[in-house]
Design a protein around this ligand. Structure first.
Ligand code: NAD
Length: 419
């Protein structure tokens, strides 16, 4: 059995994926050296006074991987699992993600080591404002534009935007995306990542000529991305048979009543114990015999330890780095068709880009227009990746990387930076 060589370092894994694409492209050593490392990394330690009067020191990061195609763009994660290594990996992924869908951004990511559920609303606001102040020297509408990620919300984005605006002395709505619509957020942003996952899944099923009348779906993670993906795939006529969250999973082969499940989740704090389905383990969900598997939770969920037991025909990798490089090979050999993370979840950053454009021009679009534009951008990217995959006889992940790395390398070379 193969071993997950770099399972301990997310950044080393990201670099390995870059190296594989650079080999296909025959990139020069100079360009490789530039693109396989990050441009800026900032670590900050800052105090937050809790409601009981005690003062806690928190650690946060903001990393910019590359800005050759435009300002840096990337989410902010609040999680106990945040580390500089992980944020560097995610920043690099953002560079490729923006390039593969052809939007004019570089890549960044930020995060704070914190369990947000353990903080009161006041503590969360103080932590956010303090973190935003600490990273203020890097962020701004022309420089680096944060957005929500795991553990962060539109409200948190509003606090960051307000903090940046207080420093500037005027409203800088374009400094952050994923904000509430009351303060310059975009229609359609909340479910944009899930909508992108849905469009891509439907396009991939069309390409695969899946014969089943009602393809079945299992979704790992019932949060912002997984929740909207499940709902939108159901609305598109697919049968969602299983979903999970960090506490457990539920399964009903006849299809889940998602509206009732959402009510249950709100009331019980998780999906487990839902009356109209059976409780199963999160691991079992991944191995169900479904047409489509959507990992929409966390990194490294499909590895050499379970890849050979995956029975889905198609995986749309909604969560960043949900599949390890070694598992990629196993899945490819098994004939599983993959829509890789940098393409699969790009709907979020595409509509973030639309939000930024709307804020800059202070002219807002209707949701229908946004969804139509998202569909256009993401479908074009899907077929560009597919053609690269077929023409170069490489898997979909490598094809997405090859396209993205080529675009960033071109921008680097044409700007005259060490050709
Ligand atoms: P979220 O916090 O809203 O939801 C995460 C969900 O996953 C929760 O339901 C949580 O309980 C569940 N979960 C966590 N660990 C799990 C496990 N081991 N098994 C099953 N479920 C588990 O986060 P989100 O914004 O939906 O992000 C999910 C993924 O999508 C992340 O990888 C993130 O980077 C990526 N992503 C998010 C966006 C966005 O716009 N929110 C955009 C692009 C990519």
């Amino acid at each position: 059995m193969a071993v997950d060589l770099q399972a301990t370092s997310a950044f080393a894994t990201a670099q390995r994926r870059f190296d594989a694409a650079a080999d296909v492209l025959g990139l020069t050593e100079n360009t490789r050296r530039l693109l396989r490392d990050v441009k800026r990394e900032l670590t900050v330690h800052f105090p937050v006074q809790h409601d009981d009067g005690s003062v806690h020191l928190y650690t946060g990061f903001r990393v910019q991987h590359n800005i050759n195609r435009g300002p840096a763009k990337g989410g902010i994660r609040y999680s106990p699992d945040v580390s500089l290594d992980l944020i560097k990996a995610m920043a690099m992924l953002m560079t490729w993600k923006c390039a593969v869908v052809g939007i004019p951004y570089g890549g960044a990511k930020g995060g704070v080591i914190v369990e947000p559920d353990e903080l009161s609303r006041r503590e969360l606001e103080h932590l956010t404002r303090r973190y935003a102040t600490e990273i203020a020297l890097l962020i701004g509408p022309e420089k680096d534009i944060p957005a929500p990620d795991l553990g962060t919300t539109p409200q948190i984005m509003a606090w960051i935007m307000d903090t940046v605006s207080m420093h500037a002395g005027h409203s800088v709505t374009a400094s952050v995306t994923g904000k509430p619509t009351d303060v310059g957020g975009s229609e359609g942003r909340q479910e944009a990542a899930g909508r992108g996952v849905t469009y891509l899944t439907l396009e991939a099923l069309k390409y695969l000529h899946v014969g089943e009348e009602t393809p079945t779906v299992a979704v790992q993670g019932f949060g912002k991305v997984g929740g909207s993906t499940a709902r939108l795939l159901h609305e598109a006529g697919l049968r969602v048979v299983a979903v999970s969250d960090s506490r457990g999973a539920v399964h009903n082969p006849r299809g889940l009543d998602l509206a009732a499940l959402e009510e249950h989740r709100k009331f019980r704090g998780g999906v487990s114990g839902f009356k109209k389905a059976d409780d199963i383990s999160g691991d079992d969900l991944l191995e169900l015999p479904v047409t489509v598997l959507v990992p929409a939770a966390a990194e490294q969920q499909i590895t050499v330890h379970n890849a050979d037991r995956i029975r889905a025909r198609l995986i749309t990798e909604a969560a960043n780095a949900a599949i390890s490089p070694e598992a990629d090979d196993v899945l490819h050999e098994q004939g599983v068709f993959l829509v890789p993370d940098i393409l699969a979840n790009s709907g979020g950053v595409v509509v973030s880009y639309f939000e930024w454009v709307q804020d800059l021009q202070a002219f807002f679009w209707e949701e229908e227009e946004i969804n139509t534009k998202l569909h256009h951008v993401i479908t074009r990217a899907f077929y560009e990746v597919l053609h690269a995959s077929v023409n170069k006889r490489i898997d979909m992940r490598k094809a997405a990387y090859v396209l993205a790395v080529q675009r960033v390398a071109n921008a680097t070379t044409v700007r005259g930076i060490y050709p």
